[in-house]
Write a protein that binds this ligand. Structure first.
Ligand code: FEO
Length: 389
């Protein structure tokens, strides 16, 4: 495959992976992903920025040969995770003169994870520059979006910014440039939800920094290149901002229909008051959809049955996921039903201890909802409506 030129001897040499169905063995991928790698040809030196996911290494190396890349001077590792560094061991054999350029944190990671010899690595610091002749690479440390070792590489003369995982999308494409479509926005939001949301404050910080730098294009490590950086920066400003939307997300698991009945009743009451709701069957629905809904939700209502004196494992899984994603929600509560006992509310509340939310009085019943249950659900709806007004 012939490398596509982005601008002035800067080329795209990444690959689509349309077959990949799940990322991190956790979140389903709707259309696979891409692993982006960039080739920068300066007048004196050649650099590769990020490399390739190991199962795609063969194709990646073959493409380098087909594009007659006989020599590489520098390989920039913006982040140690193997979807971007997986081909480093083969690359340093293929290009014996190549030096891996990265930060100290990432150096430690690639030495531990990929057994890269120390003498092949050059450590750079924040704001440091590397000359390729008529092109300069400048490095900005960006810990927290999403690993502590993350950095951005700025191609100074061309005003192109490689943002690593930040601002990316699990999105495959034939044209390398973003079309700013709703479909891309959906993928980028899902990606933000799954990978970046736990680091929301850092996303705020780097969104602002990237805006101030004002690059002509943003070159992320997944998904297409943004010729219009405003498209993705505006979205990140909204998603990572502190303001939640008028949305209640209700993930639930219901063994005999009691929890589902209560969730439906509450959602109907909220809808009637003009509040948007999103019910999510934890057992059958896509976890990525739940993560996406959490980006905007002001209130989370977790519905759970009890199994063997404990929350149903699916509810525990959802609580654990909500906890690690740590969304911006302001309020949370629990609706549960049990057969013969156990501590549902206490255990689920403990599992969501990261959340900085006000806890609305939970409802826990034995078996099916009765008249007084519906009264409690009416009170819960009234409280949520007041909080959202
Ligand atoms: Fe795309 Fe954090 O790796």
């Amino acid at each position: 495959m012939k490398f596509r030129e982005i601008k002035n001897n800067v080329f795209y040499c990444g690959l689509n992976d349309r077959e990949r169905k799940i990322f991190d063995e956790l979140i389903p991928l709707e259309q696979g992903t891409s692993y982006n790698s960039y080739l920068v040809k300066g007048s004196e030196k050649i650099a590769l920025i990020d490399t390739m996911y190991p199962p795609k290494s063969g194709e990646y190396l073959k493409n380098l040969d087909e594009n007659n890349i006989a020599k590489v001077d520098y390989i920039i590792a913006n982040h140690g995770e193997q979807d971007h560094t997986g081909t480093l061991p083969e690359l340093i054999k293929k290009y014996p003169e190549a030096v891996i350029v990265t930060n100290q944190f990432c150096k430690n990671n690639i030495m531990e994870m990929l057994l890269i010899p120390e003498d092949r690595i050059q450590v750079i610091k924040n704001d440091e520059e590397l000359s390729l002749g008529d092109k300069t690479l400048k490095f900005f440390m960006a810990p927290g979006v999403h690993w502590p070792d993350t950095m951005f590489t700025y191609i100074v003369e061309d005003n192109l910014l490689c943002t690593c995982d930040f601002l990316g999308a699990h999105y495959t494409f034939d044209d390398i440039f973003a079309d700013d479509s709703k479909e891309l926005e959906h993928s980028a939001k899902r990606y933000y939800a799954e990978i970046m949301m736990p680091f929301r404050k850092m996303c705020q910080k780097y969104t602002k920094q990237v805006r101030e730098l004002n690059p002509e294009m943003i070159l992320p490590s997944h998904g297409p290149i943004y010729k219009n950086p405003k498209f993705i920066l505006d979205l990140y400003e909204d998603w990572s901002g502190d303001e939640a939307k008028n949305l209640v997300v209700l993930p639930y698991v219901s063994m005999y229909g009691s929890v589902e009945q209560m969730i439906n009743y509450l959602a109907d009451k909220l809808n009637a008051a003009g509040i948007q709701t999103l019910k999510h069957d934890i057992v059958s629905d896509d976890l990525g959809d739940l993560a996406m809904a959490l980006v905007d939700a002001k209130t989370i209502v977790l519905g759970a049955s009890m199994v063997l004196c404990s929350p149903h494992p699916a509810a525990a899984n959802a609580a654990y996921l909500v906890n690690i994603l740590n969304p911006k929600a302001k309020y949370a509560t629990i609706i549960g039903s049990y057969g013969w006992g156990g501590d549902l509310v206490g255990k689920l509340t403990n599992m969501m201890s990261n959340l900085k939310v006000e806890l609305i009085e939970p409802i826990l019943i034995k078996g099916k909802a009765k008249e007084d249950t519906f009264q409690k659900l009416d009170e819960m709806a009234k409280t949520i409506i007041e909080k959202h007004s």
